[in-house]
Design a binder for this molecule. Structure first.
Ligand code: UD1
Length: 433
């Protein structure tokens, strides 16, 4: 019913794609696909975007649409936060309704969030073919909700677009066959597996210069003074403070097994606070982390973590370079351009995010990963990143080892044209049933 044979019908019928996004990294990945449709597949593909509403705060969602020039979503399910089961159930039901009404030729899903899983379940039950972008990644830790999501999505897909060689190896181990590429006839029982590179790398290359212009480091601090901590009236004094390239560390923490576990969160912030005795540690906060800081950090540690923010709030800070006033600089969630700018200027990145560890690699920054394992194994193997878990000693040792680390950054994530390759493959395959 939903099959589409593009070869013969390209002239008569546009390929109708429905793209599902929900969490902020998916909006970023969708930008690469929407851009490639506009630039290279105009007139051949029509795209509608469905937002599940998994991320809903303006600085977790809207800002990415406006900054990256993605059309506003055609559908928004507004599911919001909830337990995994109830959140995913609402999404499945909402996506199903849109699929029935819209009858797209295929559904595009990104990554491994609950929105990805919901899309895979809804589409496969209705026999709508699924294209999974960022397929094949495995942490081999099924306690992570993302591991279950990505395995289920891969096994419900017709096209599996794999960013790395490690991802390809994982899929072969699970019985997928990448030799089917030559056959050009694919479906859910005989899926196509393609190594295409990473759409996030496409975006980082594409937006790197734009980010310098639109979100310079000085502007990021200005935002803190003007919007983040409103009590400070003399916003222009922000000009007296500088985040200097190479003189700060960037850290992000958002995974529930770090934020919701008192021992782990205390250990991470104890290490960051000690590092921040000598250098500014910039921490854009995910709303979940923000909520948990006061709740589960030990009181004295909490005081240290928010000290700089409190000083800014009360107007009691010294002028001059931030490097003269080290500490943890808590920021509101960063936009994509701000994040790129912060990553490019950082001396080192410390993170539990899959996307941020990759972006650190794209911009040649050493990275400490606050997890036991990573799906991006190549960046650890080549020495650009190290797994330090939430262990105080490993974080401190990793920090001093990596301060002057020299790494040769190999090509792991493709050539910056993954989105065009993906769309070319979809258009060139027969997926009629
Ligand atoms: C989700 C993904 C994770 C991805 C991350 C990217 C799942 C299981 N996890 O994690 O793989 O790395 O997105 O950011 O899908 N919240 C807000 N405002 C928002 C969104 C969330 O306040 O706009 C708070 C809520 O308290 C919510 C919590 O953050 O309960 C967690 O949000 P959720 O979407 O469940 O998971 P993430 O940690 O963001």
């Amino acid at each position: 019913m939903f099959g589409f044979f593009i070869f013969a019908q390209m002239e008569e019928k546009k390929l109708k794609i429905l793209t599902v996004v929900g969490a902020r990294p998916q909006i970023i990945k969708a930008a690469a696909i929407s851009r490639a449709i506009k630039s290279s597949f105009f007139g051949k593909i029509s795209e509608k975007i469905l937002h599940t509403g998994q991320h809903y705060d303006a600085n977790m969602s809207e800002v990415f649409f406006s900054e990256l020039g993605i059309p506003a979503p055609d559908f928004n399910l507004n599911v919001g936060s909830g337990t995994h089961g109830s959140q995913t159930a609402l999404m499945i039901s909402g996506i199903e309704k849109v699929l029935i009404a819209e009858k797209p030729d295929l559904l595009i899903l990104f990554g491994d969030t609950n929105s990805t899983l919901a899309g895979a379940v809804a589409a496969s039950k209705l026999h709508v073919p699924v294209a999974h972008i960022e397929a094949g990644l495995r942490s081999f830790n099924k306690a992570m909700p993302e591991e279950i999501n990505r395995i289920m999505c891969d096994h419900a897909s017709t096209w599996l677009f794999v960013p790395t060689i490690a991802g390809l190896t994982n899929l072969k181990r699970e019985g997928f066959d990448d030799s089917r590429i030559a056959e050009k006839k694919v479906n859910i029982d005989n899926p196509g597996v393609y190594h295409t590179g990473d759409v996030m790398y496409d975006n980082s290359l594409f937006f790197s210069d734009v980010a310098d212009e639109k979100a310079p480091l000085s502007g990021i601090l200005r935002k803190v003074f003007e919007e983040g901590y409103k009590k400070l009236s003399a916003a222009d004094r922000a000009g007296e403070w500088h985040l200097k390239k190479g003189e700060y560390i960037l850290a992000t923490i958002h995974r529930d097994n770090n934020t919701d576990n008192a021992e782990r969160l205390n250990s991470i912030f104890r290490a960051l606070s000690d590092i921040a005795e000598g250098v500014t540690v910039v921490v854009p906060l995910h709303p979940r982390t923000e909520k948990m800081l006061e709740k589960i950090l030990e009181p004295m540690l909490y005081e240290r973590v928010v000290r700089l923010r409190d000083r800014i709030d009360s107007g009691d800070f010294l002028s001059g370079a931030l490097s003269d006033n080290p500490g943890i600089l808590l920021l509101p969630p960063a936009s994509f351009f701000e994040m790129i700018s912060l990553e490019k200027g950082a001396r080192m990145v410390i993170t539990d995010s899959g996307g941020v560890q990759k972006e650190a690699f794209f911009f040649n920054k050493p990275c400490l990963i606050l997890r036991r394992e990573t799906e991006w194994v190549e960046i650890v193997e080549c020495g650009a990143a190290r797994l330090v878990d939430a262990d105080y000693d490993s974080i401190i040792d990793g920090y001093s080892d990596f301060l002057n680390k020299r790494v040769i950054y190999p090509e792991i994530f493709g050539d910056g044209r993954a989105a065009e390759k993906i769309l070319g493959i979809i258009c060139g395959t027969d997926f009629s049933k």
